[in-house]
Design a protein around this ligand. Structure first.
Ligand code: ASN
Ligand code: ZN
Length: 331
């Protein structure tokens, strides 16, 4: 009964979406047969194991509200599908391990849990329902961020501490933004903000800002010799800032109705090369040149090598990589 189906979901963050489901007659599951068999499970407040696979009689899932248990499943399943499609269509990567096989998602983790995470041991993504004012942690960018931790674990394996930890975190934020931009659905337009939908602070502000990371009150905008001693979610700042500058350039800009104003270390203007090329450069740097111990200086040489491979040594793109790193004080 494992027929490939396209179900309909009423998501919390992306309006009505199509979902890859399996089943027939009056019995369907959130099993995306076209994307490695990715399944989405309901932990129902549990904190271990696989919970139960979501099932449904009519293949219409959720109602857009957190009070419906399926809704978080809809968003998580949709985010995983968008991220799968992004890696496949943009980078030719067939799943997290590039073996065509899916991870899986677990929603409704614990009680009032305001986080989401990737785990190498379960090869799965897990989402909490949020606490206080915060909403379920199942937005597109959060899903793509967590799934990208899986990609990093299976490629550069950047150690999750010190400068390499910051680069690991930045890699997740960079591809989170990339996936969200490509999703381009009417209710969740792309942006260089991370987690703006989940309202984890309860005041409407995002978790992180890529144009000027210090806007969050904690992240660093520029490399300095003390960067390796700050939390990896803040030492990601200079690499997120690099990616923004390489894509969009410095100064003020409005994209999809969101305003940015990206500064540079020495005040010198940087011209962007566009997101698509910047994504290609970061992906190649991650998968070909970075290793577990790569620090910011190594990320610079990795992206320069990637840009030279893709666009030529001395190309405008190669020079832009150099300029964008200089603009975050990596020389
Ligand atoms: N949501 C967090 C992250 O993916 C969980 C963690 O701190 N590892 O970075
Ligand atoms: Zn992360």
């Amino acid at each position: 009964w494992e027929g490939v189906h396209t179900g309909t979901g009423e998501s919390m963050y992306s309006g009505r979406v199509t979902l890859g489901t399996s089943g027939s007659g009056s019995s369907y599951t959130l099993t995306d047969a076209a994307r490695g068999g990715h399944k989405t499970h309901d932990l129902n407040g549990g904190t271990s194991g696989t919970g139960t696979l979501f099932t449904d009689a009519d293949d219409v899932w959720g109602n857009g509200l957190a009070s419906n248990r399926q809704t978080a499943g809809v968003d998580a399943h949709y985010g995983a599908a968008l991220t799968w499609d992004y890696y496949k269509n943009v980078h030719g990567r067939n799943g997290i391990r590039n073996d065509g096989r899916a991870a899986y998602s677990r929603v409704h983790y614990g009680n009032a849990y305001a986080n989401a995470f990737w785990s190498d041991s379960c090869f799965c993504m897990t989402y909490g329902d949020g606490a206080g004012n915060s909403k379920p942690l199942t937005s597109i960018d959060v899903a793509a961020h967590e799934m990208t931790h899986g990609v990093t674990s299976n490629t550069a394996r950047l150690n999750y501490s010190g400068e390499s930890g910051g680069l690991n975190e930045a890699t997740s934020d960079i591809f989170a933004a990339a996936v969200e931009f490509r999703a381009a659905n009417s209710t969740d337009v792309g942006d260089y903000l991370v987690g703006e939908k989940i309202d984890i602070r309860g005041n409407g502000t995002p978790l992180r800002y890529m144009d000027k990371p210090s806007r969050d009150g904690n992240s660093r905008d520029y490399w300095s010799s003390t960067l390796g001693s700050v939390d990896v979610h803040y030492s990601s700042g200079p690499a997120n800032h690099f990616f923004y500058l390489l894509s969009e350039g410095s100064g003020a800009k409005t994209i999809n109705g969101v305003s940015y104003d990206s500064p540079t270390y020495d005040g010198k203007a940087v011209t962007g090369i566009g997101r698509a090329k910047a994504e290609k450069i970061w992906y190649r740097a991650l998968t070909v040149y970075m290793t577990s111990t790569t620090k910011y200086a190594g990320a610079r040489t990795a992206t320069l090598s990637a840009a030279a491979d893709l666009y030529g040594s001395g190309s405008a793109e190669h020079q832009a990589v150099n300029a964008a790193w200089a603009a975050v004080n990596v020389k």
